[in-house]
Every structure is written in structure tokens, then in C-alpha cells.
Unconditional design. Structure first.
Length: 164
């Protein structure tokens, strides 16, 4: 197994090409990635293929799951595209939700912990502010609600009227 696949697996990354792995100035691991060819030039909101606009503000970092006691980050270019529906937006990063500074694996793990323990404990364990835990839970919940139709399979609905 190639070392790039190991790094992608450790950080929970899918649909990416690992370009480089470095140790940062504060002893953190920084994994440079780019989306695979099929995932490039997509709107960050609707994920439709869109024409490029510009290179954005350069490279960005997303916080990834810690590797033991070592902080880990995913770093990549963040170009912008022109979506017919959403205008000029940052390209979709397959490893993160739109507008998030954390990887999907980090957010999913944090949200799962928040369901099973206190927000303060999650914040301390994940080394983020407790308000960040709340924002992560909102993003994960919003995405889950978009994927699941709560009324699918509904056959009957009962309405009770009360007369005063």
C-alpha cells in the first residue's frame, strides 16, 4: 500500500490525491491534497460542474482528526467557480462541508461525540471551543436532513380538531 493512501485513510479523506506530507512549525502534520479529476471545478453549494472564475485567496487549511496527540491539517488550493445558480463561490472540497474549516471526518466524529457526551467534554477532547461544537452539530444535522425525507413512507395522517 502506498504511503499516500495511508495518509488519506488516517485522516478519513476520500476522492483526493495526496500530494505532500510535512511537519509544520508547531509540530503539526500538514497533508497537501487536491481533489481527484472528477471532483474538480464543482460549485461548493450544489456540487454541479461549473466554469472556473479565479484562483481564490490561495491555499487554505482544514482541521483534520488528530493523529494521537498531534494536530493534523489538510491543505489545498481553494479556487472559485461561477455557478449558474449560486454565482461566484469557492469550489467544492470533497473532504469538507461548504464554509467549514474542518474535514467531514472531524465534524462527523465531533457530532457523534456530542450526541453521546456533554458539549464541554467534546470541546476539550477535540480541542475546539464549545461554540464550535454547536456549529459543527448544526452543519452535520442540516446535511443529514437534506439527505433524508422524514415523510417518506407516510400513508395516513390523522388530524384531530378541538371545538371550544
Amino acid at each position: 500500500m502506498r504511503s499516500t493512501r495511508v495518509w488519506a485513510g488516517l485522516l478519513g479523506l476520500q476522492r483526493v490525491v495526496v500530494e505532500d506530507v510535512q511537519v509544520g512549525s508547531e509540530e503539526e502534520i500538514v497533508v497537501a491534497v487536491r481533489p481527484v479529476w472528477r471532483q474538480r471545478d464543482r460549485c461548493g453549494v450544489c456540487r454541479r460542474r461549473s466554469p472556473g472564475f479565479d484562483q481564490g485567496d490561495g491555499r487554505r487549511r482544514w482541521r483534520a482528526l488528530d493523529l494521537g496527540t498531534t494536530l493534523a491539517f489538510v491543505e489545498a488550493e481553494a479556487p472559485r467557480v461561477t455557478c449558474r445558480r449560486h454565482g461566484v463561490v469557492v469550489c467544492d472540497a470533497p473532504w469538507a462541508r461548504h464554509t467549514s474549516r474542518f474535514t467531514r471526518a472531524f465534524e462527523d466524529h465531533t457530532a457523534w461525540l456530542a450526541v453521546n457526551t456533554s458539549k464541554s467534554a467534546v470541546a476539550q477532547l477535540m480541542r475546539v471551543a464549545w461554540r464550535t461544537v454547536g456549529a459543527i452539530c448544526e452543519r452535520v444535522c442540516d446535511e443529514a436532513q437534506q439527505e433524508v425525507d422524514l415523510l417518506s413512507g407516510l400513508r395516513r395522517i390523522g388530524i384531530e380538531t378541538v371545538h371550544a
